[in-house]
Design a protein around this ligand. Structure first.
Ligand code: TXA
Ligand code: MG
Length: 504
């Protein structure tokens, strides 16, 4: 079952200025977008409004529809998806089907959208809204904006009263308690709705959490760059749910690509291929190539399928910071900037995908990642390794300073001792021969398993980073299999900490 919020329009999400005839008269409350963003993480949103001006003949149905369109458009631009507007055109004194058996619209929504009214809410600035809620078995939340203050005395004693839409939203979230895992399916369709409306959604993949937008919606993709603070010259990966979708993005899908896709998709391998004309330049940073991958996570695949379009998605962290491997990491780092975080649990692989270019001659490794190069070579023969100096990256985005915690981090091959006078944390591969005196120690894999180490890497970095240490020392791992990718991330994490290189 879905949960819903039925929002009154005038006085609740926009200012009540009498009969609104044109979009130019619409003024949103400053907190409306923020509040609805939070609510749509768990609820489907509807507007239920009474416009008696239509029955009175003082406004036309077209005027009202024009205002609705504007409100929906404005909210969609902020990534908020209103499922439907229910508008009663009658005067209350005349009585009508919409308001006489009051919950008419709510019952209809319950039928059409599978909504559990008992766990749903009506938010409005008139005692009628509260009455509507209780007649439908839902909970009414009264706001003191609009007519709220004026009619407060007419409320039943037990009514829940809040100062405005933001306070109402927080109250609703508190009252709804922890999320039920059965909600995940609904959450995917809500997320897909947000993506179709031009919004940005963070979602779980098997590697790290991604920050996704419809690949064909240039404005939505631009917002991804903005939220991440990512330079526009760094292209994004297009995530697909099936082969057909992958083919629609590329100009050709050569045999070597077919072999790799057959073996590693869905999975942590990204293929760079000549792009088709359909892919907007903003996605590829103007390159004639596009990076494509099919993630191996049921929620990511279901989301792409339901959105019906490939998703352009970088990792869901601010540019240059450690990638998120839990929904909580995303919330901490990007917080209110994202319309919805689709929680798919901790990421299984924990390190980004391997990026391989198939554009010229031999396959070339652009980024080490979740599939070991050795495994790729077993399928297609030798893969060229990057040769360029770190300041001249072969792939855009392969900047030397990346994946960095805020705390300075230094790589040490031996001599893992805390630095005198500094609160030092240790990121150790196996946790062997660790000396005392570290303020905190994270062990990536006690038995030396590189896959386990990769899965723990970013979460361990996030935890150490949260401790406000002076320094993190990290212990490189063997350079084989996933070790190549782990060491690559550790090197980039350490290069920002130039000043610790003086430490001995
Ligand atoms: O596992 C992953 O790959 C994650 C999840 C979310 O799928 N995504 C990810 O995206 O790590 P991002 O944007 O953080 O890294 C994408 C990498 C960058 O290094 C970018 O430069 C490279 O892929 N890339 C994208 N398009 C490219 C292209 N056309 N040619 C060369 N490199 C490209
Ligand atoms: Mg109102």
């Amino acid at each position: 079952m879905n949960l819903a919020i039925f929002l009154d329009r005038d006085g609740t999400i926009i200012e009540d200025r009498g009969h609104l005839r044109s979009p130019s008269q619409v003024v949103f409350f400053p907190d409306t977008v923020r509040a609805l963003r939070m609510l749509q993480q768990r609820f489907r949103l509807f507007i239920v409004t009474n416009q008696p001006g239509i029955a009175e003949g003082v406004i036309g149905p077209d005027d009202v529809a024009g205002v609705h369109d504007f409100v929906l458009d404005h909210l969609a631009q902020s990534g908020i998806n209103i499922e439907r507007v229910y508008c009663c055109p009658h005067r209350r004194v005349d009585g009508c089907r919409c308001i006489k058996p009051k919950p008419y619209y709510l019952r209809r929504a319950a039928r059409e959208y599978g909504i559990d009214l008992r766990k749903s809410f009506v938010v409005g600035d008139h005692p009628h809204d509260v009455e509507l809620a209780s007649n439908a078995g839902a909970t009414g939340i009264y706001v003191l904006t609009g007519h709220g203050e004026k009619h407060r005395a007419d409320l039943p004693a037990e009514a829940i009263v809040t100062s405005g839409i933001w306070a109402a939203a927080t109250r609703i979230v508190e009252m709804s308690g922890p999320r039920d895992c059965r909600d995940v399916g609904n959450e995917i369709s809500r997320a897909a709705g947000i993506l179709r409306a031009g919004g940005v959604v963070a979602f779980a993949t098997e590697t790290v959490y991604g920050l996704g937008a419809n690949v064909f919606d240039t404005e939505a993709v631009a917002r991804v760059f903005e939220i991440k603070g990512r330079p526009r010259f760094d292209p994004l990966i297009a995530h697909v749910s099936d082969r057909r979708q992958a083919r629609s993005l590329v100009a050709c899908f050569p045999k070597v690509a077919r072999k790799l896709a057959r073996r590693f998709w869905p999975g942590p391998l990204t293929l760079v291929l000549p792009k088709s004309d359909r892919v907007p330049d903003i996605v590829t940073a103007g390159l004639p190539t596009v990076a494509v991958r099919m993630p191996d996570h049921p929620a990511a695949l279901a989301l792409i399928r339901e959105a019906g379009v490939p998703l352009a998605a970088p990792s869901a962290n601010p540019f240059g910071r450690a990638s998120p491997t839990t929904a909580e990491h995303v919330r901490q780092q990007l917080g209110g900037d994202v319309e919805l975080v689709l929680d798919g649990g901790p990421c299984r692989v924990g390190i980004e995908s391997t990026v391989v270019s198939l554009v010229e001659g031999k396959p070339a490794l652009l980024r080490a990642g979740g599939v070991a190069v050795e495994d790729i070579e077993a399928v297609v023969g030798p893969v060229l390794r990057p040769t360029s100096a770190p300041n001249h990256p072969a792939a855009p985005g392969q900047l030397p300073q990346h994946y960095a915690p805020r705390t300075p981090l230094a790589l040490y091959a031996n001599d893992l001792h805390p630095v005198t006078g500094q609160r030092t944390g240790l990121l150790s591969f196996r946790g062997r021969s660790v000396s005392l005196g570290f303020a905190a120690v994270e062990v990536l894999s006690p038995y030396g398993d590189l896959e386990e180490a990769a899965a723990n890497l970013f979460a361990a970095l996030h935890r150490l980073d949260a401790l406000g240490l002076d320094l993190i020392l990290a212990d490189p791992v063997p350079d084989t299999g996933l070790g190549l990718a782990i060491n690559d991330r550790l090197r980039r994490a350490s290069s920002v900490a130039g000043r610790v290189e003086k430490v001995t």
